[in-house]
Write a protein that binds this ligand. Structure first.
Ligand SMILES: [Zn+2]
Ligand SMILES: [Zn+2]
Ligand SMILES: [Zn+2]
Ligand SMILES: [Zn+2]
Length: 763
């Protein structure tokens, strides 16, 4: 079986299964089960899962080797920890980074793992990440391999962290534990100090009735988002109940389920990205959490997914993973309500057609999901069969490797019927998510100039960027000058919105919360539109329509697509002025079969650009030159040449030309790096710099608006120049820019605001 890939397995099963066409997911699942080849297919699925699992089994010499490297990495961390040279903060970051590597390297519950956690706790305490340090102590003790002779040390650390977190209950507990251990003079002294601290804490709590003990990042998890009453839904679309001002929140929704994009390191529970990762060791550190609290809260899901992660099952099934996760998260909650049902068909009807009267309000989330639009009926029969068999494979996985179906023990229906129901539910959600899964985008750390380990352990553990937790060094905000798709999410309420190429709403994702912000002012009664693809300012109508047709099966007839000149708003970013002195006409190069390629003529594979009036081929050699020179902006001569090219380009790339903006952005990113490397700019250069920055700001706002991640990422570079004194900004400009942060997630907003307070507000 090993030689079968996932798609080969599925293709084979599709080929030997015959079913009647139906729009009912359960009918298809039951039909599959009645096939004569079904037992063979089931055996194949089991064997395939067994095969992928066995390839991830570790032999003892592998484990030994891994734990040895964990020990070595911890020792490297210790060297940084005790280093006397360089900045203490960066030494601690480096130490914490190595300890994290050690944590990820260790396999099984060993002393190597216990000490890696304990040592990271030590570094994190120095860095003032107290909650994270406290959690690491718990992780170290959890291994049951933490050396008994060092117990007083870790208890002391927990007590200290509890004190800084103002958690008097925990502090009391750890002090009691310490009293039972014989301590030397030094430690006894510290215990006494902490006892005094406890007394003070108790006094404080008497004064303040409510004390926040969690960090900013963890607060977010408890924030409950309530659906706003500004909108009403009618059938399958959404209208504004009242007039809504530009930038206001139209509605908000809690993301009921999400799965991180492959390789994207975010907390599986709260979606946070700026974290010190705590991995799950049972699945080879495939997933991470920001805290033990999140690990606890995610257990109801991960207990069933851990093995799947271990054998890399979810990497292969795409959006079906989100379908599985919704079932794991939401299905158990509805079980008690339908446990009396004895007829599988009736049960299915109850689930998918309920008007909600059957359920109490608590489960309203899953009803919304179950009733979301699906494109089942538009799928070809082989496609339906394919996804139904994927759902069946996932049920085989749940049966063979988890005790998921134990939750159905106390119900009237037989387990094999529940298997069919779960299969049908996963299948239904796949059909829904093909059209209704939402991609969450976020600001993302730039991996331009940081080592590749950044990607794995997160930017908090990158040295030479931070001054203290969530406070960047001056000139380092451009570390956040990119955006990335980080997860796929289920948002049933947002899914009610129809598509328009010029959407009414702007999405904002913050942890597990989604906010729809008004793109412009909305009149009472106006329909609220989302965009399922790239907007009209950033794409050609035909390309957009082809995509919408292929994925969503409709012809877009939105106001933007129906305009007599539908591509005008996009093509204005591609106007070129012929460089032939006897011609000099302005044109948009759309003269090729592939219009998009013609517009992006500067990319080598697209073959240049010719004037549509005089046919003269335009010189594009300068672009290669510019790209080359960007590598060496520390050199004054190079910079002069770069500015010269930029000036020339300005004469034939008209207005907010896409390329002129991209070149400007790239140049600015390199110039702030050079500045940080110690290069000083003369007045001529500073003037150039300011004018290019101004141009890029205006161009970005014209195209994406002020409240957009695109703008904020460009703003990060501008703020660096303001912080280092190379660019002057008025109070009004600063205030406007702060407004842009409304689209940014809480955790990144905090970093930007800290930066603003540290370096900008008094400029
Ligand atoms: Zn979390
Ligand atoms: Zn796991
Ligand atoms: Zn359209
Ligand atoms: Zn010409």
């Amino acid at each position: 079986m090993e030689k079968y890939s996932f798609s080969e397995l599925l293709a084979y099963q599709v080929s030997n299964t015959k079913i009647a066409n139906s729009e009912n997911e359960l009918s298809i699942i039951l039909d599959i089960k009645n096939n004569q080849n079904f037992p063979t297919n089931r055996r194949m699925s089991s064997a395939w899962l067994k095969a992928i699992k066995s390839t991830h089994q570790r032999n003892s010499s592998y484990i030994q080797h891994a734990n040895q490297s964990a020990i070595r990495l911890r020792e490297e961390g210790n060297n940084f920890y005790s280093s006397k040279s360089g900045s203490k903060f960066d030494n601690m970051i480096n130490a914490a980074q190595r300890y994290t590597e050690a944590i990820f390297a260790a396999i099984g519950n060993t002393e190597a793992l216990a000490l890696a956690y304990a040592n990271r706790a030590m570094a994190l305490q120095e860095l003032e990440y107290y909650q994270q340090a406290y959690d690491d102590c718990v992780c170290a003790l959890e291994t049951n391999h933490y050396p008994v002779k060092l117990l007083h040390k870790i208890k002391m650390r927990q007590a200290f962290c509890a004190y800084y977190l103002k958690d008097s209950e925990k502090l009391k507990k750890h002090l009691e534990e310490l009293e039972k251990i014989t301590l030397n003079e030094n430690f006894s002294q510290r215990v006494k100090e902490l006892q005094r601290g406890l007394k003070n804490l108790d006094e404080e709590t008497k004064i303040k009735t409510e004390e926040t003990i969690n960090t900013v990042l963890q607060l977010k998890e408890s924030t409950e988002v309530k659906t706003d009453t500004k909108v009403a839904t009618r059938g399958r679309y959404m209208i504004a109940k009242n007039a809504i001002k530009s930038g206001e929140v139209i509605f908000s929704e809690r993301i009921s389920s999400f799965v991180p994009v492959d390789g994207c390191q975010i907390c599986q529970q709260c979606g946070a990205m700026l974290i010190i990762p705590i991995p799950c060791h049972d699945c080879d550190c495939s997933i991470i959490y920001c805290s033990l609290k999140c690990r606890r809260n995610h257990k109801n899901v991960h207990q069933y997914e851990c093995t799947g992660y271990l054998c890399r099952l979810f990497e292969q099934i795409g959006i079906s993973h989100l379908a599985l996760r919704v079932v794991l998260e939401d299905f158990p909650a509805i079980l008690p309500i339908v446990s009396y049902e004895t007829d599988i068909y009736k049960l299915w009807q109850t689930l998918i057609t309920s008007d909600g009267s059957l359920y109490t309000k608590t489960y309203v989330n899953y009803i919304q999901t179950l009733q979301m639009v699906t494109h089942m009926q538009k799928m070809s029969l082989p496609n339906k069969l394919w996804f139904a068999l994927v759902a069946d494979l996932l049920v085989v996985y749940l049966k063979d490797y988890t005790n998921f179906f134990a939750i159905t023990n106390k119900t009237k229906l037989k387990q094999c019927d529940w298997e069919s129901i779960v299969s049908a539910l996963i299948f239904r959600h796949i059909g829904q998510f093909i059209v209704n899964a939402h991609t969450c985008s976020s600001i993302s750390p730039t991996n331009y100039d940081v080592s590749s380990t950044t990607n794995r352990f997160g930017i908090l553990l990158v040295p030479h960027i931070w001054t203290k937790p969530f406070h960047l060094q001056r000139g380092m905000l451009h570390s956040f000058s990119e955006t990335k798709e980080v997860s796929a999410a289920n948002l049933p309420y947002l899914s009610i919105c129809n598509h328009a190429c010029g959407p009414t709403l702007r999405p904002k994702f913050s942890g597990r919360n989604f906010y729809a912000l008004a793109d412009s002012s909305i009149e009472k009664g106006a329909e609220i539109f989302n965009s399922y693809t790239v907007t009209y300012k950033n794409s050609l109508r035909n390309n957009r329509r082809a995509y919408l047709k292929e994925i969503y099966h409709f012809n877009c007839t939105c106001t933007y697509c129906q305009k007599p000149d539908p591509d005008k708003s996009y093509l204005k970013y591609h106007v070129y002025k012929c460089r032939n002195p006897t011609c000099g006409e302005k044109f948009v190069p759309t003269d090729k079969q592939d219009v998009s390629a013609a517009l992006h003529w500067w990319q080598v594979e697209n073959g240049g650009v010719s004037c549509t009036f005089c046919s003269e081929e335009q010189n594009v050699e300068w672009f290669m030159k510019f790209t080359e020179l960007l590598e060496n902006t520390n050199n004054a001569q190079t910079r002069l040449e770069l500015f010269r090219i930029y000036d020339i380009v300005d004469s034939f790339l008209v207005d907010f030309h896409t390329l002129k903006m991209e070149m400007g952005n790239d140049l600015m990113k390199m110039l702030i790096k050079s500045y940080n490397a110690g290069v000083k700019y003369n007045t001529f250069e500073l003037n150039k710099l300011v004018s290019i920055l101004n141009f890029c700001q205006r161009a970005t706002i014209d195209r994406w608006g002020l409240q957009s991640l695109e703008y904020v990422t460009k703003m990060s570079v501008l703020w660096d120049f303001i912080a280092v004194g190379a660019y002057q900004s008025t109070q009004l400009e600063l205030k406007t820019m702060l407004k842009a942060l409304d689209v940014v997630s809480d955790e990144y907003k905090q970093v930007f605001l800290n930066y603003y307070n540290d370096y900008l507000q008094n400029k």
